[in-house]
Design a protein around this ligand. Sequence first.
Ligand code: PEP
Length: 246
Amino acid sequence: MTRQRLVIGNWKMNGSLEQNRQLLEQLVAQQDEFLAQSHVVVCVPHPYLAQTHDALQNSGLQWGAQNLCSQQNGAFTGEVSAAMLQDFGCQWVLVGHSERRTLYGETDLDVLLKTKAALDAGLTPVVCVGETAKEHAEGLTEAIVLQQLQSILKLENEQLKRLVIAYEPVWAIGTGKSATPEQAQEIHAYIRDLLAQHQAGSVPLLYGGSVNATNAQALFAMPDIDGALVGGASLNAVDFLSIAAA
Ligand code: PEP
């Protein structure tokens, strides 16, 4: 079965109405150059979902959010539900990004509950996993990834098949120091094998961590890397387009 090729931009807490307008316009204007290669998604800050919806609704690009609440509605000040994201045309949502885990204390249980909330609403969760530099140095990469995925792997098979997983070594995020294609492939193959044991081997696996226009092609040439989750480089149309075209 052919796996989906996917490039997802994570704008993080960046942008303004004017900056976004320019970036989205450039992406739409040049979409024909990269949409033949892969699906392209931008995950924008919540306040800009309406703007993104309006700019991309008639394009081939898709959009999503960077976080959601595990609850459906109620007294959860400051939170945003899956249904609210859908009101603005989102089909995608990042879950468990390492910045959420480390800066906001999200646990593996939170990640599971958010993943379920997204799936129940019909959104595609992009579940992020990856080890820190210390864990990497201690040879714990597989153990950490397994721990982060353990409860997710217990989802019903029909739900598991609807996920995307992003392997993002924490030491590579925003550092300019990407994993080598071989390093990334090794862990992707490990994750692929875990998923295959649950009849979900065709789930798209993305690599994230300092992907740029220069290193994307070599990463994408690896057999188990189906695309990328791109932070910094997704803020520049030329860089993001080159990655998507790779
Ligand atoms: C990310 O935020 O998911 C990410 C991979 O960032 P960067 O590409 O900047 O390393």
